[in-house]
Design a protein around this ligand. Structure first.
Ligand code: NAD
Length: 511
């Protein structure tokens, strides 16, 4: 992500300048959208949504398919923008931004007609004789999407695709640190010919984000930090509008004594260093059973030492996205070292690179009194703690205010799954890491401070709709016509009927 600074106002409007975190070069400026810009965008989006919401879903799908083809053709250009603004490695830009975006476009296009199709439900008990039920998935209206900087394109486009397919218009506010990468979602759909004003990109910082939340949209899909997420939740609560909050994490990794140590060490390094550690479900704490700790740590250290950090050509580890994050990682590592932790590799900014680089770092002798084991670090750091057994590992894994994801490693898959299910997180992987957001079938979301609601899966797509129940009387209202007068005789009849329904074998069968 880019380094953001206030630039000179132009025509009375606030501007922000952007520097690449990889080489500190100036890469552009954005104009900050004001509250009145947000309000006028909402009015335009509301108008555009009316016709869009009435279109058959198969028609909406065609725009997603067009967008997919354009993205495939123009991927290099998109990668370039993302790399310049974020400093991430090309493979990471391709993998978590472009590949994942293509996957989301196709996955939801292909399945949305079925997932959002009206459903006829059979009813229970006597209702099955008297009523019919249909459930329709109707668009909410205009959805506000607010995205962070660490996956600036995918975290903008994935919710946008789902919201549009569900028949909504979208106001998208990307992070001020990665405005151009987030804005690519708007560019892509404009080129795909999406009708005007169905997707409007609003640029700016927290002020624009807050204005969007307060503007009167019908839902907010927010991805970002816990602190901002709580502000968004309060503002949505006041307006009684739904929100999903995809927030931070402190994901634990548990390495059992019977784990394949080569795979586990590789998984630990990829889980913690991927996207320079700036990944919501990246591995942030590692618990390894004492009997294999030495061998595991040695393999992790070897692997970390082999990583190439850089900004050009082939490299494995990119820059930190912005100075605030670099300072935070440095502070967490320093706090750990001050309290007795040891850095076996790394533990400092990379002195050989000009941009915002922190060396991949392995820390041992860490404890739960240290910030590195308590707060989200969001950097390429592997704090490893030795534990006597798996039970202790699970207890420590759950000793946190976060609950996003986690992973367990063992050759005994049944045992690993049983341990994984005891970790109090929205998702968890066995012998793999950080997969959950990329598995579009899987409901993804956090427990505790990691968020509210879920994205992806059938439920995620449907969360951009309201489920409207249409209940029709099979007898044209005849039963309701005899509703009044009440009488003791009717009450006795009801009591008798209840005894039959839930007190007899036949009644229980049909109820
Ligand atoms: P952030 O909360 O600082 O900003 C996120 C977005 O909110 C930005 O677009 C920002 O401009 C906007 N914003 C700021 N103040 C606002 C306000 N008062 N009202 C409305 N919007 C406001 O978060 P960040 O630093 O950009 O992102 C990093 C965080 O995101 C990390 O904690 C990471 O774990 C989390 N994250 C979570 C997931 C997930 O799916 N759970 C995915 C990626 C990132």
């Amino acid at each position: 992500m880019a380094i953001v600074n206030a630039a000179e106002d132009l025509n009375g409007r606030r501007r922000l300048s952007l520097q690449s975190p990889a080489n500190l070069k100036l890469i552009g400026e954005i104009e900050v959208n004001t509250e009145s810009d947000v309000k006028s965008a909402l009015a335009r989006a509301r108008k555009a949504q009316v016709a869009w919401g009435k279109r058959p879903i198969e028609e909406r799908v065609t725009y997603m398919e067009k967008a997919l083809q354009i993205l495939l053709e123009r991927q290099d250009e998109f990668v370039q923008v993302i790399m310049e603004e974020s400093g991430k490695a090309q493979t990471e830009a391709l993998m978590i931004e472009i590949f994942a975006a293509c996957d989301a476009l196709r996955y939801f296009s292909r399945r949305a007609p079925k997932i959002l199709k009206s459903e006829k439900h059979s009813m229970h008990g006597v209702l099955s004789f008297t009523k019919r039920l249909k459930v329709n998935y109707r668009p909410l209206g205009v959805v506000g999407i607010i995205s962070p900087w660490n996956g600036p394109f995918i975290l903008s486009i994935n919710p946008t695709v789902q919201a549009l397919l569900a028949g909504n218009a979208v106001l998208l506010k990307p992070s001020e640190v990665t405005p151009r990468s987030g804005g690519l979602a708007g560019k892509l759909f404009e080129e795909a010919g999406l009708p005007e004003d169905l997707l409007i990109v609003l640029q700016g910082d927290g002020e624009t984000g807050a204005a969007l939340v307060e503007a009167g949209v019908d839902k907010i899909a927010f991805t970002g930090s816990v602190g901002t997420g709580k502000k968004v939740a309060l503002a949505c609560a006041k307006q009684l509008i739904p929100c999903t909050l995809e927030l931070g994490g402190k994901d634990p990794m548990v390495v059992c004594a019977d784990a394949n140590l080569d795979n586990a060490a590789a998984g630990a390094v990829a889980g913690a260093v991927f996207n320079t550690g700036q990944y919501c479900c990246g591995t942030e704490r590692i618990y390894v059973v004492e009997s294999v700790a030495d061998a595991f740590i040695e393999k992790v250290v070897d692997k970390v030492k082999s990583l190439r950090q850089g900004s050009e050509g082939e490299f494995d580890v990119g820059a930190m996205f912005w100075p605030r994050q670099l300072d935070l990682v440095e502070a967490h590592v320093q706090d750990a070292i001050d309290q007795g932790a040891k850095a076996l590799v790394g533990g400092r900014r990379n002195p050989n690179l000009e941009g915002l680089y922190y060396e991949p770092t392995v820390l041992v002798d860490v404890t739960h009194d240290m910030r590195i084991m308590e707060e989200e670090t969001f950097g390429p750091v592997l704090p490893i703690m030795r534990v006597p057994d798996e039970e202790t590992a699970i207890a420590l894994a759950n000793d946190t205010s976060f609950g996003l994801s986690g992973n367990v490693w063992s050759k005994d898959v049944a045992k690993a799954e049983e341990l994984a299910e005891r970790i109090d997180t929205g998702s968890v992987c066995v012998n793999d890491m950080a997969m959950a957001y990329g598995v579009l079938e899987a409901p993804f979301g956090g427990r505790k401070n990691s968020g509210l609601g879920q994205v992806n899966g059938d439920g995620g797509l449907r969360s951009f709709c309201f489920a409207q129940s249409v209940i029709t009387d099979r007898f044209g209202g005849k039963l309701t016509a005899s509703h009044y007068p009440y009488s003791l005789e009717k009450d006795e009849g009801m009591k008798k009927f209840m005894r039959f329904l839930w007190g007899s074998k036949l009644g229980r069968f049909i109820s």
